[in-house]
Design a protein. Structure first.
Length: 404
């Protein structure tokens, strides 16, 4: 430890302030931890990550303990080296989470993890905060699934209650002939299942909320998200929706963060229907891919805000400085992006006269092994308006997915 903890009264309400100079331990060494460490280092914090992959993205810019996530001896070492501990993913081993809470200071606690690790608990918590989710049913057998389909109608989405990300662990059931295979496949996970009524949405939105132990809450501007093959492709800010919808999305995110007594960041993903209703889809108690746009486009990035929140510093301002489009770099895009970074040519040999000014800010994560569909980086496109940013993506021909 580096002794950066101020007195218990430092943050108000008896909550400690973790002052710059302290060491922040990160459970997980991926790109979120990396960008958190880069942002927090600017405030004078030191970082150490625990991750099983040698030379993990976060380990390239911070100290690293190379160990499995369920390694309790390594977790004790992390606790000994850090003044405060956070995590960059939800699926934290329960035993390690309990050990870290006992041996160190984990302001996010394990209760929020317990809630967000399980879709049924998460939905009940969202409802308890007074926010809508799509109608759903708990599924324990194929017979229960058939009864729920009869009640909720088709199409419907069957999901595992735990695990699953980027579209994994779910099956969109469009016809009754899919009920049996969907149940057979997803029940292999050995966890409870949940059936959700399909929401006919017109936009997918997300809001990143931040809450400190002292109870201060701030929300970043709502992002409009477009997914391709269940993986986030672009985030568009400002979202192309009415301003009142943006404000309502931000209000709902703040309400959930308050209701769950979250500490740190809470990403709230939502569906917007044609009649203007918002339904919350899922939560993530950490920095989020759809918040990467904040790194250049907001007065405070989501990563700095997360550090401020867990350390109980005053939260930073969240104003949007410029329109922005964030586009993900997957494994299949990486070679072309690297070439463009080296040559400065994003539009081939013919040159880059696009007729509209777009400034690409490239972030590569330092991952080894550029597998297809694997997130290897992202680009924040600073632009006069988001349509310019979307046209820039199309004209590079690196991403062959249409943005509409």
């Amino acid at each position: 430890m580096s002794g950066g903890v101020m007195g218990k009264a430092g943050g108000g309400n008896g909550t400690p302030v973790i002052a710059p100079g302290a060491t922040i331990g990160v459970l997980g060494g991926g790109q979120l931890g990396r960008m958190m460490a880069l942002a927090g280092s600017n405030l004078g914090y030191r970082f150490v990550a625990m991750d099983p992959t040698p030379d993990a993205p976060c380990g390239q810019v911070a100290g690293q303990i190379v160990a499995r996530y369920d390694d309790q001896a390594a977790a004790r070492e992390l606790a000994a080296r850090a003044d405060v501990i956070t995590y960059e993913f939800e699926n934290v081993d329960a035993g390690v989470a309990a050990l870290l809470e006992e041996a160190s200071y984990v302001p996010q606690g394990s209760r929020l993890l317990y809630t967000t690790q399980h879709r049924l608990r998460e939905k009940r918590a969202i409802e308890a905060a007074g926010v809508k989710v799509a109608p759903y049913a708990e599924i324990g057998s194929e017979e229960e699934l058939r009864a729920a389909v009869a009640r909720l109608g088709l199409p419907a989405v069957l999901k595992t209650a735990t695990g699953g990300y980027d579209g994994k662990g779910q099956w969109v059931i469009r016809g009754e002939d899919e009920i049996a295979p969907a149940y057979a496949e997803l029940s292999k996970a050995g966890t409870e299942l949940v059936l959700e009524q399909f929401v006919p949405f017109v936009k997918e939105l997300s809001v990143i909320a931040a809450r400190s132990p002292r109870g201060e809450i701030k929300t970043f501007p709502a992002a409009e998200n477009i997914h391709v093959d269940n993986i986030l492709h672009v985030s568009i800010v400002p979202a192309r929706v009415e301003e009142q919808v943006q404000r309502e999305a931000e209000r709902l995110a703040a309400r959930i963060a308050e209701g769950l007594e979250a500490v740190g960041l809470l990403a709230v993903e939502m569906f917007l229907t044609e009649d203007g209703e918002l339904f919350v889809n899922e939560l993530a108690p950490r920095p989020h891919n759809s918040g990467h746009y904040t790194m250049e486009a907001c007065t405070t990035s989501q990563f700095e805000q997360h550090v401020r929140a867990i350390c109980n510093l005053p939260l930073g301002p969240v104003e949007l400085l410029t329109p922005v489009v964030m586009v993900n770099i997957l494994g299949e895009h990486l070679e072309a992006v690297r070439k463009a970074v080296v040559t400065g040519q994003w539009f081939g040999e013919a040159g880059g006269e696009t007729g509209f000014p777009v400034i690409p800010k490239v972030h590569l994560y330092g991952k080894h092994g550029a597998a297809p569909k694997r997130k290897m980086g992202h680009i924040n496109l600073i632009c006069r308006n988001v349509e310019d940013g979307l046209r820039w993506i199309e004209q590079t021909n690196i991403w062959r997915n249409e943005c509409k």
